[in-house]
Every structure is written in C-alpha cells, then in structure tokens.
Design a protein around this ligand. Structure first.
Ligand code: NAD
Length: 262
C-alpha cells in the first residue's frame, strides 16, 4: 500500500473492467484519481466506490479520442489536484469481429480514433505538462492482439500494434525529460468488452475452455492488469521505459499447441 502516495493520476475508461479496477487500485495505493469515461453514471460510480473506501477521486465524462476532451481532462486534473504525475490511457473499443471484406473506412477510423489516437492525445497533452515538470509516467493499454493474430479484429489488432510502436517512439520523443511511457498487453480478461465471449461460453457450458490457450490455463481478471499498470505508474518502475509488457498468463510465450488428452 502507498506505492502511489502523493501522485496525481488520470485513468481513462474508468467506468468498467480494467480501467475501474485500476482507478480503485491507484487510489488504494495513495493516488488522487481523475476517473474519465464516456459513460457518466458508471464513472461516477467508480469515483463513489473510491470515496467510500477512503480515497480521493473525481469523475469526468469525456471522449478519450477527442482532442478538446483530452485537453479538458488534463486541465481538470491540474485544477483539481494541482499537478499531474500519471496518466493511464486505457479506454478502448473492440469493434467486434467484422469480416475483412465487409469492413469500412468509417469502422477503421473509429477504432483507430479511440484506441490509438486517444493514447497519442494523452501523450501530447499530459506529456507536455510532465516534460515541463521533469517527471511523469504514462501507461497505455495495448493487447496481445497487437503482438499477433487471432485475439481481435483487423482494425482492433492494428490499433493495439500501433500502441506498442507508439510507446517505443514516444519514450524517445521524451528523451532526457524524466517522463516514462509504457504499455500493458493484456490477454483474455473478463470485462465489459469480453462479456459476449464469456456469456456465450457459459451458455454452452464451455467456460472451462476460456483461457485454455495459455499455460496458466485460465482467463485473467481486471485487478491482474491493474497491478501491472500500478507498478508502471509507480516509482518502483523508475527504469522501465518504452516497453509493452504482456500480462496474459503466458499466452504470448507459446506457439499454438494441442495438448495431449490425459
Ligand atoms: N478485456 C480484455 O480481454 C482485453 C484484452 C486486451 C486489451 N484490452 C483493452 O483494455 C482496455 C480496457 O477495456 P476493458 O476490457 O476493461 O473493457 P470495458 O468495455 O469493460 O471498459 C472499457 C471502458 O472504456 C470506455 N470507453 C470506450 N470508448 C471510450 C471513449 N471514446 N472515451 C472514453 N471512454 C471510452 C467504456 O465506456 C468502458 O467503460 C481497452 O483498451 C481494451 O482494448 C482488453
């Protein structure tokens, strides 16, 4: 406890899943948290849960892929907390699994806008403040889908591969500034985004198969991604920079492999 004591943090996508778990953990670790999401009621519930647990949080409805909204959430954190040390640019959308020949430019643009341009805008507007300050940690949510195929649709996977590249290039854009930039690559985590997958498997009685492709042989939970985000946000990760770290039960360590039946 207390690993983020005194830090001022923003978490986007904080109304659900990984973002809510991270906002709650950041606050438990001592950070003041601006919880941002496009869904007002649910992000207010996140802030209420933090306050009920004795933490400090402010909720804000904003579109993480819109430049004016990103400027507004950075300004709000500075006004509320008097500074900004951490941004977790986590908001994302899956876009579903549309066959490639049916995908439209509009579909691609919306997924790239939220999933990739959103983190870029966080780097641009929060990063400018952090560079002046001479310190800061920006964490983005990429995905194992950005590492190789079959964990999401084409535009989703391309957006997540883009984040992996973005944290590498942005870490260098912040050369010598003291600002660190990293990404987490979650595997299969039970959240709002993956609810249809879990509902389908449970409906068919095949829940035990969820996560069977990784060597831990189970799916993950939002708090397991939040733990990595909190580490990357904290000073414990003071020499971790430009990295995309998989938190996936070992999924990305393996080639496809059919296990012998017992
Ligand atoms: N769940 C998984 O298995 C998994 C795996 C890899 C990566 N991810 C990534 O984790 C991140 C969090 O997703 P999750 O799984 O917790 O899903 P989720 O749907 O539970 O949460 C995503 C949150 O982001 C918000 N959001 C979406 N678009 C937004 C926008 N334009 N502006 C502001 N908020 C917006 C949603 O309202 C929602 O509250 C996403 O970037 C997702 O791509 C998830």
């Amino acid at each position: 406890m207390g690993r983020l004591k005194g830090k001022r943090a923003i978490v986007t996508g904080a109304a659900s899943g990984i973002g809510r778990a991270s906002a709650l953990l950041f606050a438990r670790e001592g950070a003041a948290v601006l919880a941002v999401d496009k869904t007002r009621d649910a992000v207010e519930e996140t802030a209420a849960q933090i306050a009920a647990a004795g933490g400090r949080a402010v909720a804000m409805a904003a579109d993480a892929g819109d430049e004016a909204d990103v400027q507004a959430y950075v300004a709000r954190a500075l006004a509320e907390f008097g500074g900004l040390d951490v941004v977790y640019a986590n908001a994302g959308i899956s876009g579903g699994l549309v066959p490639l020949f049916e995908q439209t430019v509009k579909h691609w643009q919306e997924i790239l806008r939220v999933n990739l341009i959103g983190p870029f805008l966080a780097l641009k507007h929060a990063g400018a403040h952090m560079v002046k300050q001479g310190s800061g940690s920006i964490v983005c949510t990429a995905s194992v889908a950005g590492l190789r195929a079959n964990a999401g649709g084409n535009p989703y996977s391309a957006s997540k591969a883009g984040i992996i590249s973005l944290v590498q290039t942005a870490a260098n854009s912040f050369f010598g500034s003291g600002v660190r930039v990293n990404a987490v690559c979650p595997g299969l985590i039970e959240t709002g985004m993956t609810k249809p997958i879990f509902d389908y498997a449970r409906g068919r009685g095949t829940e035990a198969n969820l996560g069977q492709l990784n060597p831990l042989n189970r799916y993950g939970e939002p708090h397991e991604i939040a733990a990595m985000a909190a580490f990357l946000a904290s000073d414990e990760a003071s020499y971790v920079n430009g990295q995309a770290i998989a938190v996936d039960g070992g999924l990305s360590s393996t080639h496809p492999f059919r296990r012998p039946r017992p």
